[in-house]
Write a protein that binds this ligand. Structure first.
Ligand SMILES: Nc1ncnc2c1ncn2[C@@H]1O[C@H](COP(=O)(O)OP(=O)(O)OP(=O)(O)O)[C@@H](O)[C@H]1O
Length: 226
């Protein structure tokens, strides 16, 4: 571990009634670090992201976020009847004021430039995911939590999104917490990962090491030890 943590989660437990979604989770993301959280359906990934921004109540544990956290939610949550530009502006709301200047986002994500007046509901899944990332960047975050970047997207679209995330990480020191079912993708992008099973962190470490772990390979990488 090195540097300062921008996200520090300790002993986090989240319950929905009698169901325990997260059970004593410890996780941290350092400044400018790219960290993956992988796990199967129902492992608790979305509950963890929601707990970071207080969208679900904690039953126990602590969540500390230093700096600004922005989220790209699962399902992207576009305002379908608003233009791309208006969707971006909504990401810039702060202290009751709407963020006006979206030009920086079109520089970072040039593919959005030609789409700025299109209604978000008419965009492809990949285009919507790009808008969702742009909207999150409008908050000028220190750390971006992305819930299922790759869900339902074609490999070429995923490659483009990943190239943008790499550039943001490299040029602006953006930290990323990438929540993924696609472990191969998460391991390629991130230096460190957490493996969540039934609400508990069962493995954590450098992605290069984890990819060589037979348990990870068989459960998350289709059996291929790297
Ligand atoms: N509002 C809720 N009420 C009751 N149980 C819930 C609720 N939300 C989630 N759960 C349960 O909590 C557990 C963790 O769910 P969560 O959505 O965090 O998992 P996930 O890893 O994000 O899954 P997926 O990959 O399928 O989105 C699951 O067993 C789920 O059924």
């Amino acid at each position: 571990m090195s540097g300062r943590a921008v996200v520090e989660v300790s002993g986090l437990t989240v319950r929905y009634g009698a169901a325990t979604a997260l059970d004593g989770v410890d996780l941290w993301v350092g400044e400018g670090e790219m960290v993956a959280l992988i796990g199967a359906n129902g492992a608790g990934k979305t509950s963890l992201v929601k707990a970071l921004s207080g969208l679900v109540d904690r039953s126990a544990g602590e969540v500390v976020v230093r700096g600004r956290l922005a989220q790209v939610p699962e399902g992207r949550e576009m305002f379908a009847d608003l233009s791309v530009d208006d969707n971006l502006r909504l990401g810039g709301w702060r202290n009751g004021r709407r963020g006006r200047d979206t030009s920086g986002i079109y520089e970072l994500l040039p593919e959005l430039g030609g789409l700025r007046r299109r209604l978000a509901g008419t965009l492809s899944g990949g285009q919507q995911q790009m808008v969702a990332i742009g909207r999150a960047l409008m908050a000028r975050p220190d750390v971006l939590a992305i819930d299922e970047l790759s869900l339902g997207l074609a490999p070429m679209v995923i490659d483009t999104l990943i190239a943008h995330l790499h550039a943001l990480h490299r040029d602006q020191g953006l930290a990323v917490l990438l929540i993924e079912q696609n472990a191969a993708l998460a391991f390629d992008l991130c230096d460190r990962a957490y493996v969540l099973e039934a609400g508990r962190v069962v493995l954590t470490g450098e992605t290069a090491e984890l990819a060589r772990d037979p348990r990870v390979a068989s459960a998350y990488l289709g059996g291929a030890v790297r």
